[in-house]
Design a protein around this ligand. Structure first.
Ligand SMILES: Cc1ncc(COP(=O)(O)O)c(C=O)c1O
Length: 501
């Protein structure tokens, strides 16, 4: 969650104005537009919960609107349950009960609110539980130690190294730093290689929390668009191996040459949100041509195990020792393990460790012991997980084709999500309306910079088929509401981050 509040949990009028962007489009009454945009910011996490909003008078002055407008907006938000109604004190952000229940990732509330903003799965049941039980039996051997290990416990580093070696990238444990998940890994890398006055290239769209982390590091984002899908794919069965538009390597390399980013953050394996996979041919070219540019290639392989079409990707590090890889057990096994890693050459790894100790002094031991077990037997739970996901993917693609024929989509080769193209720039409006239809959505612009992707919506296929059916019917109903009242459509602009080369 991007925290836009100060440490005391309040938002200044200027900060809120910045987050609001071009909120006042004139498409509806100003108080209504203001309330809608604040609601969206709370729903998608850009305003944290329990944050005090500016006073009505201060916000009215900063936005250049009448105090009545702000009062009416706050009143509406209070009535909908998005603001506290504390007397005297400043209004604080909260979630209405119906939405709050659905905040637990992967959880479907008893009252039927479905969370399509998360793309995550419950644990691979038994296997994860057993790994923790085994970890507890191994724990006594480590208790005489201090318990601090900024590199990670040796058995886990060895298991991760062996996992890379098996995948065709010879690796020693000295090249592995264990982290608390992939997001932590990225923050360590950003803290080492990026920062103010530096640029970070990203494939565009990209994973929203990574974009937030890049922004928070003070770096400028250099987005390089993923090529559009030629034509509209309406056929759920189109699985030709190697098909698909892939990445625009020429554009990436020319951005590297012209803009000199310090690093590139890429998701070549079942890209989030598109589910796309980079071919070996493109991997080889990218690594070869990036070599002289000074840009460090950082690849996030969090979704690599979710290979639904049996593509069998080669880790990018197999093509060059200079590539930095991020991995995680969050999607293959369980996000609750909070265990990920960085693979890099030893020199760079030493710099990452130095950065890591400014953030924390190591990960919890039991989780690491359990993770080592899971990695040693990596494939054990995956067969069932992939079979289920293939079924969910087919169900979702069929439902979308049947109920939302005006939407088009790219068939994902793996991962957890379908990136849908909408017939109009209405993603934000849909996600604002969604809670009324029992859904929570992440709007397309969360996956981009500069307000891009209003025409897109990411729909995960992580829910079981019955709930996917409910979700798609709810999306249909929300789309119908929007079609009947097109004035609800408006674009939420985020501040411009960087030009595309
Ligand atoms: C591409 C990508 N990277 C990182 C993450 C977060 O991983 P972790 O839970 O290991 O921090 C996700 C989660 O959705 C993701 O899709």
């Amino acid at each position: 969650m991007l925290s836009s509040s100060n440490p005391s949990g309040s938002l200044s009028p200027a900060s809120l104005a910045r987050l609001l962007g071009a909120w006042n489009t004139g498409a509806a009454a100003a108080y209504r537009e203001l309330a809608d945009v604040v609601r969206l910011l709370v729903l998608d996490g850009r305003i944290a919960l329990d944050v005090a909003l500016p006073s009505e008078r201060a916000l009215a002055e900063t936005l250049g609107v009448s105090r009545t407008t702000v009062t009416a907006a706050y009143t509406g938000l209070r009535e909908q349950g998005f603001l506290s109604s504390g007397q005297g004190s400043r209004a604080r952000t909260r979630l209405p009960h119906r939405v709050a229940v659905a905040q637990a990732p992967g959880l479907v509330a008893p009252d039927g609110v479905l969370d399509l903003a998360y793309a995550s799965l419950p644990a691979t049941g038994e296997v994860v539980h057993r790994a923790f039980a085994d970890a507890l039996t191994e724990l006594p051997a480590l208790l005489p130690g201090f318990g601090y290990d900024s590199l990670g416990v040796p058995v886990l580093r060895e298991a991760i190294a062996a996992h890379y070696t098996e995948a065709g990238v010879p690796t020693s444990a000295s090249q592995i730093l264990v982290t608390s998940g992939a997001q932590h890994a990225l923050n360590i890398i950003l803290g080492t290689l990026a920062g103010r006055q530096r640029k970070v290239l990203v494939d565009h769209p990209s994973y929203p929390n990574a974009l937030d982390a890049i922004r928070a590091s003070g770096s400028r984002t250099v987005p390089v668009p993923l090529p559009a899908v030629p034509g509209t794919r309406r056929t759920p069965g189109n699985t030709a191996p190697g098909s698909g538009p892939g990445w625009d390597i020429d554009a990436m390399v020319s951005a590297m040459r012209q803009q000199r980013p310090a690093m590139a953050y890429l998701v070549p394996d079942f890209h989030n949100p598109t589910g796309r996979v980079m071919s070996d041919l493109q991997r080889r070219r990218l690594v070869r041509e990036a070599a002289g540019t000074g840009t460090v290639l950082v690849v996030d392989e969090t979704l690599r195990a979710l290979d639904l079409d049996g593509v069998g990707t080669t880790p990018l590090a197999a093509f060059s020792p200079a590539v930095v890889s991020i991995g995680s057990l969050s999607k293959s096994h369980w996000a609750g393990l909070r265990t990920g890693w960085i693979r890099a050459d030893e020199g760079l790894l030493a710099r990452f460790v130095a950065t890591r100790t400014t953030m924390d002094l190591g990960g919890p031991i039991v989780e690491q012991l359990a993770a080592a077990r899971l990695i040693r037997d990596f494939a054990e739970p995956l067969g069932a997980r992939l079979d289920a996901l293939r079924g969910h993917r087919e169900t979702l693609l069929r439902l979308l084709a049947e109920h939302l024929p005006e939407w088009s989509f790219e068939r994902p080769r793996g991962g957890l999500t379908v990136w849908c193209k909408l017939p109009s720039a209405s993603s934000t409006a849909l996600s604002v309306l969604a809670p009324e239809f029992g859904l929570r959505l992440a709007a397309g612009p969360r996956f981009g910079v500069g307000g891009s992707f209003e025409h897109f919506l990411r729909v995960p296929f992580t829910l079981p088929p019955e709930q996917l059916t409910t979700a798609v019917l709810a999306l249909r109903a929300a789309q119908d509401r929007l079609d009947a009242a097109p004035q609800l459509r408006r674009t939420l602009k985020e501040p411009e981050v960087a030009a595309i080369a």
